[in-house]
Design a protein around this ligand. Structure first.
Ligand SMILES: Nc1ncnc2c1ncn2[C@@H]1O[C@H](COP(=O)(O)OP(=O)(O)OP(=O)(O)O)[C@@H](O)[C@H]1O
Ligand code: SF4
Ligand SMILES: [Mg+2]
Length: 434
């Protein structure tokens, strides 16, 4: 058996050196590429992150997927950290971090950091919608705000239309903010209660030098019509609108400056389901008409299902899965995504979905777990010591389906398997009927 000295396990002790899987299972054939072959072992408790990134580079093009077995870990696959941005990318974000310092005591000493965003990388194309989903506190809003520099990122890269956002001075930032707008979850808090809608929109148009006088009046009437309101609404104050109408006003204000990208931070989360659908339809119509790109933040996968071209799932400040939305919903690779998806209701009373109930709470971003941040709650049957030691790279598991799980082999993504075949993972988590 042509085994590397490390055997089949890049980081675990099991099976090392004998070319056999830890469960005693015979590996397929000596000529087959080994899962994790050539990957350096991360010293237990050592710098696993460094070892894993080295491993990704070394893994090269070996693309064959073997069924996973106990003791195997697969760190292969390109990551968005290292790959070239696809042509036509409007927004490129790499290794973005935002740490909020924790200060304590009389001297206000720096005693730690809340790692709200911890190395996020993704690309967003023109006219594309990227959904960013995850539980409360996972860092979605912080990611959106750091990209717009509403808060200063700690490190990383972000560029818009080829321009480095983090290097922009005030004038350049102002210019960029005309092209990139944000819509918040609670439009009421972002609308000035003492200004009529007309005054508010007129101010935006004037600050950005877009229109004044009669031209501004015509533009305001047009904007209100575009978002499904009436021109006579312009004389009203924000409190004179319903929640759904206020969100339409938030969208009108964003559209006033003719942006190319809108960061939508949970724009429909506070609305009734029927109103949510209206606002989402409006946003999709606007995208079709104006060629807008959206970074659409939501905590619920069902909201982005029909809206997003691609979906990124965040957990504890990191993207743990990123794929074309159809692929993600059909073939979720990460146990965390599978659990989130199991909570999405199916609009067919004849179909019952079994809900995966995750055990334990989300750990604190001030003290994240070692290795895979999901490992204390993970129910994957192959979870082992590697999971606590290695920070899983967000690796392309095939066909542009990225997943940060070392127990998902290269080739598990869409292109690696015939469509319609069962996911490679067959987890047996605790389930309850819904
Ligand atoms: N200004 C701040 N100072 C310290 N910690 C912060 C600050 N802003 C956010 N955080 C922390 O950063 C983490 C990420 O927060 P963020 O608001 O980005 O989460 P989120 O995913 O948008 O959550 P939600 O779905 O509830 O809006 C949280 O733990 C939060 O407490
Ligand atoms: S998701 Fe689970 S199985 Fe995958 S690396 Fe993390 S702990 Fe391990
Ligand atoms: Mg938020």
């Amino acid at each position: 058996m042509a085994a590397t000295p490390e055997g089949r396990t890049p980081a675990g002790g099991q099976g090392a050196g004998d070319g056999l899987r830890s469960g005693g299972e015979q590996a397929h054939a000596a000529s087959e590429p080994l899962i994790g072959a050539g990957v350096e072992r991360a010293a237990a408790g050592g710098n696993a992150a460094t070892a894993s990134s080295r491993a990704v580079h070394k893994a090269g093009s070996a693309a064959a997927a073997l069924p996973p077995a106990k003791g195997d870990s697969d760190l292969r696959g390109e990551t968005p950290d290292d790959m070239e941005a696809p042509e036509g990318s409007l927004l490129v974000v790499r290794k973005l971090k935002k740490y909020f310092p924790i200060r304590k005591g009389f001297f206000n000493s720096h005693v730690g950091d809340v790692k709200a965003v911890d190395g996020v990388s993704f690309f967003l194309g023109r006219g594309e919608t990227l959904g960013l989903v995850g539980e409360s506190g996972c860092g979605k809003s912080t990611t959106g705000r750091a990209i717009l520099r509403l808060i200063e990122p700690t490190s990383g890269e972000a560029s818009f239309d080829g321009r480095d956002i983090l290097a922009m001075d005030k004038t350049e930032l102002r210019k960029m903010r005309r092209r990139v707008q944000i819509v918040f979850q609670d439009p009421y808090s972002s609308l000035n209660p003492r200004m009529t809608i007309s005054d508010m929109l007129r101010e935006v148009l004037s600050i950005h030098g877009i229109a004044t006088g009669q031209k501004a009046k015509d533009r305001i009437a047009e904007l209100l019509r575009v978002v499904g309101l009436r021109p006579e609404h312009a004389v009203r104050y924000p409190h004179e609108f319903s929640g759904g109408q206020r969100q339409r006003l938030g969208i009108a204000r964003a559209l006033a400056v003719e942006p190319e990208l809108i960061v939508c931070d949970e724009p429909v989360s506070a609305l009734d389901v029927s109103v949510q659908a209206q606002v989402i339809n409006l946003m999709q119509d606007l995208q079709d008409q104006l060629g807008l790109s959206y970074l659409f933040i939501a905590h619920d996968l069902s909201v982005v299902e029909h809206m997003a071209n691609r979906v990124a799932v965040m957990y504890l400040g990191r993207i743990v899965e990123l794929a074309d939305s159809k692929e993600l919903y059909r073939n979720p690779l990460m146990p965390y995504t599978q659990a989130l998806l199991s909570a999405v209701p199916i609009p067919d009373p004849r179909i019952k979905r079994e809900r995966i109930m995750l055990q334990g709470d989300v750990p604190s971003p001030a003290n994240p777990p070692s290795g895979c941040p999901f490992h204390p709650r993970c129910y994957h049957p192959l979870k082992d010591q590697d999971c606590a030691n290695i920070v899983p790279p967000l690796a392309d598991k095939g066909g542009g389906h990225f997943a940060a799980c070392i127990k998902v082999p290269l080739g598990a993504g869409y292109n690696g398997r015939p469509p319609g075949s069962l996911p490679i993972l067959d987890p047996t988590p605790p389930r309850v009927a819904m």
